[in-house]
Write a protein that binds this ligand. Sequence first.
Ligand SMILES: [Fe+2]
Length: 505
Amino acid sequence: MSQRIIDATVVTPDASTQAPVSTVLGGARVDGRVYLGPADTERAGLVTPAMAQTLADVAAAYLQGGTIEFAFPEAWGDPSESVAMTWVSDRAIAQDLSFRVNGSSDPFATVPVIRSRRLDPLRIYFHTAVLDGLSPDTIYEFEVAGFSDTVKTARVSEPKVSVISDYQQFNFGAGSQLQQIGANVTATEPDILVLNGDFINDDGLFGQVIAQLYLGFLRGVAQNYRTRDGALVPLVALVGNHEGRNDAYGAAGAFYGGDGTIGYTKDVFSFGYMPESPRRFADSAMSARIGNELLIVCLNTDHTVPMAGQLGWFTELLAAEADEVAHVLIVGHVGPFTTYSNNVFRRSSQCRVLRNFFVTVAQQYPNLRLWMEGHSHRLEIKKRLRMNYDPSFTITAPGNDQRWTDDPTGIRYLGSGPWGASRRDLTDQFQTLQSEIDGSTLMEASLYFRDNSHQVLGSIMSPSDNDIWHGWELEFLSGEVRATARGRSGAALYEITDPIPGASP
Ligand SMILES: [Fe+2]
């Protein structure tokens, strides 16, 4: 393509005070997307020689049947009943997908593609179809255009959940942390995989490098996060701060008051991002539910959608469904008591609105077992904290910031990241910050990184084996909830078992 055509499609940024994004990045902005490097011009509706070649390539690939490299499943509302399968192909036109119980002689059921999109600017296409009417705890085989794989539906009793966040690495192959922690996840055999944001640091930008990173990340997840039998596990993907445009790139994320433009996340994932997605309120503000066992509420913690606008949906969802299920789990990239920094802890649009309003609503439900968070890049096990919101303070005032109590009826907050990201310090300020009501501190235990070495607050099970990078395994049992943080080697860094009041263990 010629430079002339690229220049003709560049749209200048809205804010006249900012340098043009294409100048800052040496890239281009097309249809609201900021590309690193020259952008493709197809979206401008121009027929270029490159497009003509693409059409020829697509036609050739179609005749040859195309190549499908891998597929990944998402929970489609209830992962014990339905799964959205996305497959990655070099072909723009997709065939129907066929599936049946694995190893059976049943006739294949066939379902159509509901969504096709290109991982622009790569000549790679994502196609999605929904497998519906499935039985729980069952492995299905599926086939499309000569490609086949298997996927397992969720159990409806005593489900297990893997929660991981903050990968932020560019290595997805053999020996990578994606592979190492994937082996632990496979050993646990979860029913659902919750990816709690900050995947490859795309920051809401587009371009060949970022597209390749996303492809590598998804390929690594599809290859390494399976059952012991090798079946794919349905996932749910939330956004973190690195999935939305931040203010360095001309269009600010939600907490900077910008438009919160979301990046490839919205192209590659469908559950919680497609308007037609079941149980979606807004991008990454959605819930999944496993029968009457587990309700997983996913928040977009102010990265691309303002938090305050999710409060009504959150309140109504819990009021309508919390009593129908045995357990409730809340997940969000930033948590109500996130200790990332003083700024984040006291940010009105984020931690404060979470603590004061979302927690005040959520702690009314005694079957809310856990609240999982990421973002801080260390291991954190917080005490059972109860928020004592005083409405006489305004939302922007600090009056409610330290009104928690350490209380057995409080919510357990666990996290906080890193699957592969850089390890961070737990500053003294957050080790000693006290409640103004009962004098309690926030943390039961933490594993953090200071002066180039690992430090422990409280008690960690395998401090000699630790390196902070970890994933969480959650088991929702009939008598208790068990949570285990497991490091790269497979050693447990922390195990916590909370009995369920009134249940016989
Ligand atoms: Fe992160």
